[in-house]
Ligand binder design. Structure first.
Ligand code: SF4
Length: 67
């Protein structure tokens, strides 16, 4: 796999995050780093309904997956 084609603009097309104004939008490596440092997961781990809560905690992720 080549990462030569990795681009922020291409990533933004698939990014499900609705938090506008985030400086990490499309920069998946920075997104993971930011949320991991807070014991969280990025938006793409959640369904659209869950994502809209902006609750990115691991606890919320587990709660959603065990319902
Ligand atoms: S998931 Fe978090 S870091 Fe990633 S684009 Fe959304 S608000 Fe920004």
């Amino acid at each position: 796999m080549s990462l030569d084609g990795c681009s922020i603009e291409k990533n933004k097309i698939d990014c499900p995050c609705t938090y506008s104004g985030c400086p990490r939008a499309g920069a998946c490596c920075e997104c993971i780093k930011y949320h991991r440092a807070k014991d969280q997961l990025p938006a793409c781990y959640f369904t659209p309904e869950q994502e809209k809560t902006y609750n990115r905690s691991i606890e919320y992720f587990i709660e959603c997956r065990t319902k």
